[in-house]
Design a protein around this ligand. Sequence first.
Ligand code: ZN
Ligand code: ZN
Ligand code: ZN
Length: 458
Amino acid sequence: MKKNWLTHLCLATIFVFASCTKDEVLDAEPTTQDISEDFSSKALKPIGSGVMMQAFYWDVPAGGTWWNKVKNKAASWSNAGIDAIWLPPVSKAQNGAFSMGYDPFDYYDFGNYNQMGSTETRFGSKSELQSLITTAHNNGLSVIADIVINHNSGGDSEWNIFSNKNTYTDYNPKSNLFNRTQYDFHPNDYHSNDWGVFGGFADLCHHKTYVQDWLWNKSNSVAKYYKNTMKFDGWRFDYVKGFEPWVPKEFRNAVGGFAVGEYWDGNVNTLNWWVNEAQMSAFDFACYYKMRDAFVGNNLNALSGDMLWKRNASRAVTFVANHDTDEIYNNKLLAYAYILTHEGYPAIFYRDYEEWLDKNKMNNLIWIHNNLAGGSTTNLWTDNDEYIAKRNGGGGKNGLIVYINNSNSWQERWVETNWSSRTIKDYTGNSGWEPVTQGGRWVKIQAPPKGYTVWSLK
Ligand code: ZN
Ligand code: ZN
Ligand code: ZN
């Protein structure tokens, strides 16, 4: 939420025809489209095997071109090692063709109903969205929907018997699905409020059976429609501070899939409590703020602080920037070197990858994440301007040693590896050294000024 408002298919096909005759295929499946959807979804990369792409930023170009732009990047992102893309909220919002989607009005208008001043959303039409999702799937990419269910916007005014005034709580969307009234928002006949309201928006009451039915229980609920009809694979829940953790948990339980919540809080105890309650991942804001202190504050000792990935790596989505916050404006590549060599599921911000940073260096770090960064983490050295950590290997990956240097000169240090009498090299290409570890596994490595190296078996 914005705080300041305001050729997998080909392989699958080969597999089909190699394993059975054409007649069997046609008997088993009513249409060829069903076959391709079935097999392409089986070919999706496991989420977490690679890296997530946040496929938007605040105020991407309007005009209904964004879905096509993302679609055209799907193949190259997949080749680079991305395994999932996170899209902005896809349904029609109050600001129509200008909205980034976080003021949702009609959850079932994907740019196919003329309301709120336009038919298409800011990002495009429903068919363009579906084409993007199909293309992503054909490239092995999961597609994560941004689910905004704390608040709504754009209802008509009605006399509200709970507020004793007129409120904008009368929702009659053109889809004619999930119509809402004052009984579905706070205050109502159940209670006066939940955990959080957002900027004066109409605040949905998730305790109401009617709201639960439309969000996740009914066969055409938001959750089931997005999963089964729109073919989304995972969920990013917006502003989860606005309600209790059982809300996104129930939503996800209705449809399965990867899920991550935006619990915007740097307190690692709170984040860890939330992921355990909601039984899903959270963005690692603790890691984010410690990286800010380390890389902008020029004190790498901050990396010794507590982070969600250190407590609960399988539930931490690490990130360096997002559509709301971009405080790590210094040494940003060093921050990416950190999250792409450490535990947690890293998310890359569109502008960093496509516009602001060196794409070759980003691709190199993504490769290192996907191919070397396995196993637990051991810190080897931390001071104000140097940081060295070891991934101990596992899951078919050899592990690595990452050396981050925030000083203005080359640095060298002896470190204890897990390898005895083996040649290692720097997979970033920043150092040309190819040292041999001693019998006792020690070796001297180096890192360039304001740079990093990542060492593993040659
Ligand atoms: Zn409520
Ligand atoms: Zn709320
Ligand atoms: Zn130092």
